[in-house]
Design a binder for this molecule. Sequence first.
Ligand code: NAD
Ligand code: ZN
Length: 365
Amino acid sequence: MTSVDSRNLQVTGKLVFGRGCFNQLDEILGKKRLNDEAPFIFLVDDVFESNPSRDIVSLIPLRGPDRIIFVNVDDEPKTSYVDELTETIQREFSELPNGVIGIGGGSTMDLAKAVALMLTNPGGSAKYQGWDLIKNPAVYHVAVPTLSGTGAEVSRTTVLTGPERKLGLNSDYTVFDQMVLDPELIKGAPKNQRFYTGMDCYIHCVESLEGTYLNAFSRAFAEKAKQLCREVFLEKESWDDDSDEKLMMASYMGGMSIAYSQVGVAHALSYGLSYLLGTHHGVGNCIAFDQLDEFYPESVAEFRQMVEVQGVDIPGGICAGLSVEQFDTMIDVALFLEPLWENALGSNWRETITREKLRSLYERM
Ligand code: NAD
Ligand code: ZN
């Protein structure tokens, strides 16, 4: 009898969930303070630097040599930024940090994962863009999401734009050692941003459920996460604490689903938009998904209902006026992501996904 090897999935070591659980961070880190001379590095989204209505900074449990570094995510993470942050830490501290804690949305969590990896793997992050190229375990690293939807808190990748491509550092060592899931921290995120990031989760579920890589593990997580997205974006009259809790769990479960399957058409096209135009992941997914009736008809219709109920704006016309070369760049980026197409459409995907087809989809965005 023959059998196909199943993926041996690396999952996060520990997680704590619940309103106010950010207060437990001091105790959690205390157990990992192996060297008193070495710092914990808190990479914190700079949106919290001077935001009196969201005072997360004063709650950060700094001790001894610990340091807060505010990170800017106006642009999604680049390999050059990861290297710069890593060098700053290495210049300032002679000891290897006890750990790195990322406090922010998907971009900040990805920066924390990448810096934790680069502190122990020499040569710059661009060298490790790909699958299982990381040689040494990262320093201990912790995810503290302040936006929910990307699933970056559970995934084995950190998505970086490098000199040649936008591609993750995919490895078992990338996975966080600890998650701190406190719904209080995502409260009050701006409505449009919360929707775009939330739709990243919804689209993860759709692409997983409607993909050829689907299996019972991924289905279980995606069905529940999709239902939670519906509850918060479609069925509730107004946003409340319960919505934050549900969305936080949806993000986790959507991430678990794609960890064992794959994303699909919207993500492939969104990577092209991001690479050429710098379109952020969540909004890029929304822009792409809105054009995908032929691939995911029922879910695209439901997505449009959610847009309407939430009263959010999905930008249009972002590809107007692009040159032939620019379209070609986006098409190259999208076509490079072969597993996404294979998941979406099966092994014969090249029969339908031609350059002309992608061009016509991009022209509508
Ligand atoms: P983000 O982290 O890029 O943040 C978006 C904006 O929201 C930023 O301006 C940020 O400052 C702000 N923000 C964050 N938290 C806030 C809060 N509580 N209140 C007010 N403003 C807040 O957004 P995102 O959608 O969470 O993450 C997208 C990023 O995640 C992309 O870089 C993408 O590549 C990455 N991503 C990674 C994975 C993975 O598995 N590693 C998966 C999907 C996406
Ligand atoms: Zn995504």
